[in-house]
Design a binder for this molecule. Sequence first.
Ligand code: PLP
Length: 395
Amino acid sequence: MISEKMRNMVKNSSAIRAMFEEGKKLAALYGAENVYDFSLGNPNLPAPAEVAEALKSEIDACDALTLHGYMSNAGYEDVRQAVADNLNARFGTDYTVPCIVMSVGAAGGLNVFLKAVLDPGDEVVVIAPFFGEYANYVANFDGKLVVVPPNPPTFQPDVKAFEKALTAKTKAVIINTPNNPTGVIYDENTLNALADAMRAAQARFGTTIYLLSDEPYRELVFGSAKQPYPAKYYENAVSGYSFSKSLSLAGERIGYLAVNRECADFDDLVGALGVATRVLGFVNSPSLIQRAVAKCLNASVDVGFYEKNGAALKKIMDECGFEYVEPQGAFYLFVKAPDGDDAAFCAEAKKHRLLLVPATGFGCKGWVRIAYCVSPATIEGSRASFKALAKQYLN
Ligand code: PLP
């Protein structure tokens, strides 16, 4: 018999699974080209050519024993040095090899971090809307998720509500910018205000509060928008990165954690992150792709492609009269369900062969997420369906 805890996780994950099954059923009925699946954040651009070149050159240059063997749990030293050098050059940080722990994607890194810091009952503060999987990751280690309510229409965090959420039991805060699901970038004022609130809470309670900045969309920033580097605004910060989106390597499972050198209990923390990587069963992040990404740290998919997709989708939303949040990055459009019922809106959308995600699972009832990491043809093809949906809701 499966565990009670797992039973709940299976139950809660069935909505996404149901959506996936629904998509397949609709595709069989109407043809895949007539189903507009905006449900998943799965990149639809190929990995940049540099990745294949780096993979080939690693295979050619390394002896197979070195290439395919175990290494330090935190990853290859030269790879970690390359990551540290790259971050230092770009963001003026002072990372060294021990600061960097290679991870199995952002999800692996988040779980490793939480494993290292959480005792049962410790609180982890997240700001809605947030990536729904955080709830599972925190539950994995018997932590308690504390949700700061969403702050429309800007979706910059409500700092007063954030201050209230911090308690003597707060062990960590997770932020995500550019944000999934809004596409919003937390600006400098926000990052400073969050840091001040955490410092004040640490002083009040005599505790350490870690900031885990989850940054899979760091490189996916549009136009003149700038993503400030969150770890520069707060001492006790760990940045979690993933190559899933910036290099379209979601299936390869590769990312890293970067721990600030001035982070509280630095030696204990980085030691624990390495051990957590092992005891969670990852042992280390995958060897070959680890070596390859070290050679592609300045490469990126064409961000302009996602920006254009976003513009095309916004045009359709404008024609329809749907309200949305202006995205500054990532590849999601956050749209208001006109009557506030996101689940019903998605159910109605499905009747028009549109697959959208209700944001209740992201802690933000009344909104839906449209993932536009799809082909431009899918976006153009969806126009008539969105118009029919708008007719139902807005006329
Ligand atoms: N965090 C956020 C905000 C995400 O959107 C995702 C994936 O969509 C992840 C973490 C997990 O990323 P990875 O594939 O690197 O594990």
